[in-house]
Ligand binder design. Structure first.
Ligand SMILES: Nc1ncnc2c1ncn2[C@@H]1O[C@H](COP(=O)(O)OP(=O)(O)O)[C@@H](O)[C@H]1O
Ligand SMILES: [Mg+2]
Length: 261
């Protein structure tokens, strides 16, 4: 039964083994890499394979410790304590995945520290509880080191509490495979889209801040399978999302013609 319903994930290397070993040994795991390269899919896949419940939190700059831990809420005239996703995962022995953890407010990382050392505890100040993490609890976090924002980076004191795995976009052969399996597009056009994506990625740092993600290639292929002409699908899924600059856009569209024309 285990793994029977795990969402499709094509490994890039030995990351599944590292995740399984981390889970087995109660070690927290940090996934580093650009957006849209498969980190979230990887975590859902591994959680299903290991048969553990998963709580995913998409972090943002307003996310506070209380959002993770829980808060008192008014319910029918009564004040009741409601666990946040982190507390639920700690109690149930689930995986808690903090997506883009650097986006969260500073008080969030403070909460993570006692959970990542060997005591594995979560103090809940508001209720006076001190929870010991149940067997199976695992903390997984992701961040994109590419943004190069000093204000938004993980402090070494936090980073060095996690095992880390670096992700990147898959090599062409694997990425074609992902696009094929995710969308059912034909092999020729999958190859063309991936070739184009790699040409666009080569422009990163010059005209473009970020390269095309695997996610965007999957979007383009989805539109094509649905019947949209490929040039229009590429424009909507792989060009417009990259830049707002008209000149840059025109240059990129020329590249499309070079690859598909
Ligand atoms: N290795 C992979 N195996 C399967 N699908 C992948 C893989 N890498 C990327 N994808 C596809 O790209 C999409 C975006 O991946 P996601 O995990 O959301 O990226 P991230 O969390 O790194 O931003 C997924 O929904 C899936 O369609
Ligand atoms: Mg993600």
């Amino acid at each position: 039964m285990e793994g029977a319903t795990a969402p499709f994930y094509l490994p890039q290397g030995d990351e599944c083994d590292v995740f399984a070993a981390a889970a087995e040994n109660n070690l927290p795991l940090l996934l580093k890499g650009p957006t849209g390269c498969g980190k979230t899919r990887f975590v859902s896949h591994m959680a299903a394979k290991l048969g553990r419940p998963l709580y995913t939190v998409a972090c943002h700059d307003d996310l506070s410790a209380a959002d993770l831990i829980g808060r008192y809420l008014l319910k029918g005239g009564e004040t009741v304590w409601v666990d946040g996703p982190l507390t639920r995962a700690v109690r149930e022995g689930a995986i808690c995945y903090l997506d883009e953890v650097v986006e969260a407010r500073k008080d969030v990382t403070v909460v993570l520290h006692p959970l990542t050392d060997d005591r594995r505890i979560l103090p809940i100040d508001r209720t006076g509880e001190e929870l010991e993490a149940a067997d199976g609890f695992m903390l997984v976090a992701s961040y994109n080191p590419g943004y190069q924002n000093i204000l938004k980076t993980l402090k070494p004191s936090t980073r060095q509490r996690f095992l880390s795995v670096a992700f990147d976009f898959p090599d062409a052969e694997r990425e074609i495979d992902v696009v094929l399996r995710e969308t059912g597009i034909d092999a020729d056009r999958a190859k063309g889209l991936v070739r184009l994506a790699n040409k666009l990625r080569a422009l990163k740092g010059q005209d473009l801040e970020e390269g095309v993600s695997t996610r965007l290639i999957v979007y383009a292929a989805t539109l094509v399978v649905q019947g949209m002409p490929i040039e229009r699908a590429i424009e909507a899924a792989m060009i417009e999302p990259l830049t707002d600059d008209e000149d840059v856009k025109t240059g990129l569209l020329d590249l499309v013609t070079a690859v598909f024309g």
